[in-house]
Design a protein around this ligand. Structure first.
Ligand code: MGD
Ligand code: MGD
Ligand code: MO
Length: 652
């Protein structure tokens, strides 16, 4: 059996990786990985063997951590759990996990323990969730174009994604299409490596719902929608047409700052080149009207007669998550993860158990999260591979195995393959997988629930058995490596009407507007700059490759125009204040790729004082309570002239 890892970082490419001694390389035979992978993955073995690893359980003793045995650490946690349940109620225990590891077992299995004790868990909202539901309202399941559909596209529109950073295999496919003369459009307020691939449209950020309406207006009123397709595959078109009629080119140009000519030409391309694929970015979707924008964008292909000609997230699979997570074992209590910092800072929860996430850096209002973690009356446990900002704040830190040291099943949210990832390295120190820790805690708590003892191998087999999208046993999958999931056909719509619903019945039933609610971001008084953050090639979320001393210092990027008018040069120190009262100090870097009025930093950037996430708003969208990180307003003040020591660009 070949040793192979499927990358478990939260990235659409979910690469198939072959270890080769000290290195790792992209699997040449995998239909999406095709022999190459990102620079991060190439260095996984070094990264996971670095000095940053948590090797043993530790407990806090004042400002220091003291090494203890697993037995001692688990006993302390179990007795705290019992104490909190007795004195405050089990809902005061919060389990917080997110996207550090996307493996089915690593992600889900630990939740079984927390269901069994009736703890509170989080509602996942910071990534694609709002946009995913937006698609489900109109299409049933939210899946759209797969990599092979992208390869066959006659037109590609990349809308608010920077695939040169966030999906290198999609970037390669689109680069090849470009070389073959396929028209490519990129819609992003910033100039990026991706925007160099095609015709670049730079809307005012947060106006994408209006922009999509303007393109739809041209399709409906000038180029003519595909009437036959609309009558056969859709419902609610008349009402939708009435909605779109309000977004005439004049109005749209005024709001979005995209010229009527650009709107018209893009509409013309949508009408002429089919099938098209619109690659919808998760970055763009994290705005006040982001999920509404996803609704309108996704309905453009329906106007021109293309089945599911979009991609945002193909994570609609039929893996039995209720079984994986043991939802039958207790109450389903949840709080929106975006609200956790404020809740913690206000004194909510007495115990928090964190795994697979680095919320002290990745959540909005990370300052409040850190403040909450410092509470005397909060007991915190962090299960981590490396010493992160979150681990540094914990009462107990437990060592976790990395994807190289554990087995799991891994599915991608872009391509349709499910892989078996095998361990390729001995666990370092006393590191243990996520499932192991919660199994042991269940023993300590004396919980006699069979699901809490279930062998993860058995869980993997059972998940495969229960899925209708595959028919393969675990043993076969382990031999084969990976398997293609069979999604329903593209023209199958799992809505109440069985058609694409321009007017969504489900939306009405769950309390949302049946038609998209078209709106746009408005700048608040006194905060003239919009702060955007997005992914960079070198780092996945907060999972870094670089030595810590380099990482302590990200820059805040300022446009050339704003820099000139404010007298800012590379290396100046800026005080940045958010419209919600948080602040940070960062080194300025003048950046030609930004339009005026926009400042930018990489996701979770660490500044000289504070981090970019301290500045991010915890306001939520209507749909799913999704995050609005990119609807964020700040003022900037020059507090120090340029200093030689800062005048080195970091990464872009
Ligand atoms: N190398 C690397 N790869 C990653 C990740 C990583 O951190 N590093 N993270 C992974 C994860 S968890 C995710 S969710 C994905 C995210 O990957 P993407 O979907 O590409 O999203 P982002 O990188 O957040 O942002 C993409 C672009 O959105 C633009 N944008 C911001 N606001 C607006 C707007 O209002 N309108 C428009 N049209 N554009 C806007 C930004 O300028 C940015 O260039 O990437 C995954 N892949
Ligand atoms: N400013 C800003 N912030 C953002 C975003 C943004 O666009 N801008 N995007 C948001 C998005 S889209 C996402 S998905 C989130 C991601 O935010 P997080 O969920 O915090 O994800 P990561 O930073 O990838 O990983 C968290 C940690 O999981 C650990 N880990 C990895 N594998 C395992 C494992 O098997 N077991 C255990 N116990 N730990 C493991 C890693 O070491 C890492 O420290 O960030 C959000 N934060
Ligand atoms: Mo994400």
């Amino acid at each position: 059996m070949k040793q192979r890892i499927f990358c478990q970082r939260d990235c659409p490419d979910a690469c198939s990786l072959i270890p080769t001694g000290l290195m790792i390389r992209g699997d040449p035979n995998h239909s999406v990985t095709r022999g190459f992978t990102c620079p991060k993955a190439l260095k996984f073995p070094q990264y996971y063997k670095s000095e940053r690893r948590v090797l043993y359980p530790h407990i806090r003793s004042g400002n220091e951590f003291k090494r203890v045995s697993w037995n001692e650490a688990l006993s302390i946690i179990a007795s705290k759990i019992k104490e909190v349940i007795k004195e405050h109620g089990s809902e005061e225990i919060l389990v917080f996990n997110y996207s550090g590891n996307t493996g089915l077992i690593s992600y889900n299995y630990p939740l079984r323990l927390f269901y069994a004790i009736n703890a509170t868990r989080i509602e996942y909202t910071v990534c694609d969730e709002a946009g995913k539901l937006a698609l489900e309202l109109h299409y049933g399941m939210g899946y759209g174009a797969f990599p092979d559909d992208l390869e066959r596209a006659k037109l590609v529109v990349i809308w608010g994604a920077n695939i040169a950073s966030s999906s290198i295999h999609a970037y390669k496919i689109v680069s090849d299409l470009k070389a073959r003369g396929v028209p490519i459009w990129v819609i992003d307020p910033r100039r990026t490596r991706t925007s160099l691939l095609g015709r670049h449209v730079r809307p005012k950020p947060g106006t994408d719902a209006v922009l999509a309406a303007g393109i739809s207006w041209y399709i409906i009123n000038e180029f003519g929608p595909d009437e036959e397709f609309i009558s056969e595959y859709t419902v609610g078109y008349d009402r939708y047409r009435d909605l779109i009629s309000k977004y005439d080119p004049e109005t749209v140009q005024k709001i979005t700052k995209v010229t009527k000519e650009d709107l018209r030409e893009l509409a013309q391309d949508y009408s002429s080149f089919k099938p098209s694929v619109t690659y919808i970015g998760i970055g763009m979707q994290k705005t006040e009207y982001g999920a509404e924008a996803v609704r309108v964008i996704s309905l453009i292909p329906a106007l021109v007669g293309v089945h599911r000609g979009f991609f945002l997230s193909n994570s609609s699979r039929d893996f039995d998550t209720a079984y994986l997570q043991g939802r039958n074992l207790g109450h389903d209590r949840r709080v929106n993860m975006v609200e956790v910092p404020r809740l913690l800072a206000k004194g909510r929860f007495k115990l928090i158990y964190i795994y697979g996430s680095n919320p002290a850096l990745s959540l909005p209002r990370a300052d409040l999260f850190r403040k909450g973690m410092m509470r005397e009356d909060l007991f915190s446990v962090v299960h981590e591979i490396v010493w992160t900002e979150t681990a540094e704040l914990a009462d107990v830190v437990l060592p976790a195995t990395s994807m190289l040291e554990q087995e799991d099943l891994v599915a991608s949210w872009w391509h349709p393959y499910l892989g078996y990832s095998s361990p390729v390295m001995e666990p370092l120190g006393e590191s243990r997988p996520n499932w192991w820790v919660t199994q042991k805690l269940a023993e300590k708590l004396d919980l006699k629930v069979p699901e809490l003892k279930e062998d993860p191998r058995n869980v993997m087999s059972e998940v495969l058995r229960r899925s209708k999208m595959i028919s393969i046993s675990l043993d076969e999958l382990r031999g084969k490596g990976y398997v293609r999931l069979s999604y329903p056909p593209k023209d199958d719509y799992q809505t109440p009407s069985g058609k694409i619903e321009f007017l969504s019945r489900k939306a009405g039933e769950i309390g949302y507007s049946p038609l998209p609610r078209i709106g746009w971001d408005e700048w608040p008084e006194g905060y003239p700059y919009k702060l955007l953050t997005s992914s960079v090639p070198e780092i996945t979320s907060t999972q870094d490759l670089m030595p810590m001393d380099l990482l302590k210092r990200d820059n805040i990027h300022v446009s050339r125009e704003d820099a000139e008018s404010l007298g800012i040069r590379d290396g100046c120190l800026l005080l940045i204040r958010s419209s919600e009262g948080s602040e940070a100090i960062a080194v300025a870097e003048v950046d030609e790729s930004l339009p005026p009025g926009i400042i930018w930093a990489r996701r979770s950037a660490r500044f000289i004082k504070g981090s970019v996430n301290d500045l991010l708003t915890d306001k939520t969208q209507e749909i799913v309570g999704g995050s609005t990180f990119n609807s964020n307003y700040v003022s900037i003040e020059l507090i120090d002239p340029p200093d030689e020591q800062w005048a080195v660009p970091f990464i872009t």
